[in-house]
Design a protein around this ligand. Structure first.
Ligand SMILES: [Fe+2]
Length: 321
């Protein structure tokens, strides 16, 4: 299926004001706000919408409290929407909005939607001004900037705990034409949309009742320009009082720089940059699911006061390899 990536994330939250504040602080641009909730966009037109958990306009869920209620996938054309609708109607209910957007649910029961994509590729003018030896310099006669915010460029992926990751995986691979990028043996699957080169668009992780929820939203990944922007964005969130969950660091699987934060929206959010781009030549690898493969290196985030000083003492090395 010609699915291009995540077009929109729809959250249900127990605290609309806090969620609105978080989504603004994380670097999204608000385009709509009212009593029912608010809607934000990324630089490339991806949307993040948040409403109350009790809003009847959100897809139903068995998860209590704040969580992702729907991932809306972008597709290349109305013809693709028709194909997806016909495929899903074989064994589940599909509804259609007047604008053609489809709504249904995946194998786990998470809400999924599909629409002709509204995401527009960013121009090269938006590239971070990085200078590399031997490459065309992108920053000449000017210093780097240290803003107190970043702008989210793109919604990259969503991650869920599921009670049966094999069933969750097979739905996306066999029904929606996703590609398997990498896998944790017996524990999870990283998958990408057929028309999206980024390492993963969705990651389904086996829920373990002893250590983790069996079914929950884990995080949504917001792409920023480069490592500098991951750090600038994370420091800005900490200064505003938001709690670092994990990072900053660099993943082994996907290679992306990361920094995760707790949010009032019902899943963590991840700043990420410089993820692997894959083609049909890529061979998925099966990985043992151990802590050692989660990241190649990671720093421990400092308290906001230290981060505000901008000192190298703001971070302590937790693991370097
Ligand atoms: Fe992620």
């Amino acid at each position: 299926m010609d699915i291009t990536g995540i077009d929109a994330i729809r959250y249900g939250t127990t605290d609309l004001d806090d969620s609105r504040r978080y989504l603004s602080d994380v670097g999204l641009k608000e385009v709509e706000h009212g009593a029912a909730g608010c809607r934000f966009v990324t630089m490339d037109g991806g949307e993040v919408e948040v409403r109350s958990v009790t809003d009847a306009g959100l897809p139903p869920t068995t998860i209590s409290g704040a969580t992702i209620r729907e991932v809306v996938w972008g597709v290349v054309s109305p013809a693709t929407l028709d194909r997806i609708g016909a495929e899903l109607e074989k064994d589940r209910k599909v509804t259609r909005d007047p604008d053609g957007t489809l709504h249904s649910h995946d194998a786990t029961g998470f809400g999924i939607g599909f629409r002709v994509t509204r995401v527009k590729p960013l121009s090269r003018d938006a590239e971070p001004p990085v200078n590399l030896p031997g490459a065309e310099p992108l920053r000449i006669d000017r210093r780097i900037e240290f803003p107190d915010y970043v702008c989210v460029r793109h919604i990259g992926h969503a991650v869920f705990y599921v009670p049966d990751y094999r069933a969750a995986r097979d739905f996306y691979l066999n029904r929606l034409g996703f590609r398997l990028s990498d896998a944790f043996i017996g524990a999870g699957a990283f998958m990408r949309c057929q028309r999206n080169p980024q390492h993963h668009s969705i990651f389904m992780l086996q829920g373990d009742p002893q250590r983790a929820p069996r079914m929950a939203a884990h995080h949504v990944a917001f792409e920023v320009g480069d490592f500098h922007e991951v750090i600038v964005g994370g420091n800005a969130l900490m200064k505003k009082g938001w709690k670092s969950e994990f990072g900053p660091g660099r993943h082994i699987i996907g290679s992306n720089y990361f920094w995760y934060f707790r949010t009032p929206c019902g899943s963590a959010s991840e700043y990420y940059a410089d993820i692997d781009y894959l083609t049909e030549a890529w061979k998925p690898r099966e990985w043992d699911f151990t802590p050692e493969v989660v990241y190649g290196w990671m720093l421990s985030a400092a308290e906001p006061k230290e981060a505000a000083r901008g000192s190298s003492a703001a971070f302590t090395a937790a693991k370097l390899s």
